[in-house]
Design a binder for this molecule. Sequence first.
Ligand SMILES: Nc1nc2c(c(=O)[nH]1)N[C@H]1C(S)=C(S)[C@@H](COP(=O)(O)O)O[C@H]1N2
Ligand SMILES: [Mo]
Length: 201
Amino acid sequence: MSRLKDLKTPVFWAEGHPGKLDRESWIVSVDGFCKNPKIFTWQDIVSIPKTIVDARLTSVTRFSVRGKWGGIKISDVLDAVEAHDEARYVRFWSVRNIYDTSIPIDVVRKEKTILAYEFDGEYLEEDYGGPIRGFCPYLWGYKSAKSVVKIELMDRYVSGFWELRGYPDDALITKGRVHDLNQGGRIRYIPDGEVTTFIDE
Ligand SMILES: Nc1nc2c(c(=O)[nH]1)N[C@H]1C(S)=C(S)[C@@H](COP(=O)(O)O)O[C@H]1N2
Ligand SMILES: [Mo]
């Protein structure tokens, strides 16, 4: 069991569950509009200073789960590859290259957007996008690609897996009901934007 499982966090793999993934041999390649494309190994990633973000993953399917997501700031990755000024969007690809999603670079550079490998001090398991996933609490959960293998710096926007199937490209979180998994799935009301508080009705 893991903390996310204990909280009954849904496991979404629209493209099918990838099965067992090997943490120690994991690599994330970063290329596109940058001066210095790079391949980050698992060891490279865990040797970059860790950031811990206390924030919520909130799905358009109306669940929200809060915890301490540990990983590295994607802005550090962008600096390491020396992103060009033309890079305006960051495209994340999940293992097997079926699921992708893209986020404006200014949102990616915000401090809570990370490449996450931990939740509440435990390594992420495959079900929840381990070894390494995107995590962006500012937008709906479909922008947080699981088990990321490739990051592309783009000069233009392309719709990803869920965006091509009808979900909004901007993925702005909109007010309404969510099931708060930290309170046993209790229904709470959220305002627009990153979920940091609830509204009492
Ligand atoms: N590869 C991949 N990443 C994905 C998804 C998916 O189906 N496949 N679902 C997205 C959606 S809609 C949400 S809400 C979150 C859910 O994360 P979880 O499955 O860890 O709860 O992952 C996102 N990343
Ligand atoms: Mo979602």
